[in-house]
Design a protein around this ligand. Structure first.
Ligand code: HEC
Ligand code: HEC
Length: 172
């Protein structure tokens, strides 16, 4: 569905290599799309070329980077909860779905159509927000339990001291 399909053919641009290279296939990265100096899009598009290319590049970049960021933020919170010893197996599973949206979005880039990217990114963002919230709750729960343990230890210590004093006074 890429708008590049027929134009690249006419211009004799290799369909994939033009952006991905061949022998030195590079790992695709977010900055490839967009309008910064390191983006591929600006090799052929500028704001006044009379096509939707430049604006679309910016929109795709924004959507993708939102999803990359949301995935990163949720993953970091899940890691934190796991590090604190909380049960996060379900969250890891949900996080995989966010990752799945990200993989899909990175391939749907090739439709070079902002609406089609948003269609894939939106559910990913919702899922990422859910995972993040749940991980925050796990971390809160950890601190709540730790406080509870502190209070319980304090009460037990006071009881032990009182018991010791009582035994001593009985012995006397
Ligand atoms: C106009 C530039 C352009 C062309 C042409 C192009 N791609 Fe891409 N490709 C991209 C961009 C941009 C990304 C997403 C980079 C990101 O977000 O990490 C991408 C990502 C990918 C990914 C995902 C990689 C991953 O690690 O998840 C695959 C697979 C891919 N392209 C295959 C192809 C194939 C096959 C062709 C030819 C049919 C092709 N691309 C043509 C720009 C292009
Ligand atoms: C090798 C040159 C080249 C590169 C690199 C390139 N494009 Fe294009 N792009 C074209 C050409 C040529 C057209 C067809 C323009 C026309 O219709 O006159 C086009 C068309 C488009 C269109 C359709 C525009 C319209 O108004 O219908 C979009 C959207 C687009 N490109 C986005 C991108 C994005 C996003 C990137 C970066 C990932 C990119 N392009 C990279 C050459 C390129």
């Amino acid at each position: 569905m890429s708008p590049h399909d027929t134009v690249f053919e006419k211009a004799d641009f290799p369909k994939c290599e033009t952006c991905h290279s061949n022998h030195l296939i590079m790992k695709p990265e977010l900055h490839w799309v967009g309008t910064t100096d390191s983006s591929l899009c600006i090799n052929c598009h500028d704001a006044n070329d009379g096509t939707a290319g430049f604006r679309t590049a910016e929109q795709i970049y924004n959507s993708l980077s939102d999803l990359y960021a949301a995935h990163g933020k949720a993953a970091a919170k899940v890691d934190e909860a796991e590090y604190k010893g909380m049960m996060i197996t379900d969250l890891r599973f949900q996080l995989r779905e966010v990752k799945q949206s990200l993989i899909k979005a990175r391939t749907v880039v090739h439709a070079f159509n902002a609406a089609r990217i948003i269609e894939v990114v939106e559910p990913g963002l919702l899922e990422a927000a859910k995972v993040y919230e749940a991980a925050v709750q796990e971390v809160d729960e950890y601190y709540f339990r730790r406080k509870g343990l502190g209070v319980a230890t304090l009460i037990i210590t006071i009881l032990a001291i009182a018991l010791y004093l009582k035994i001593r006074s009985i012995e006397k």
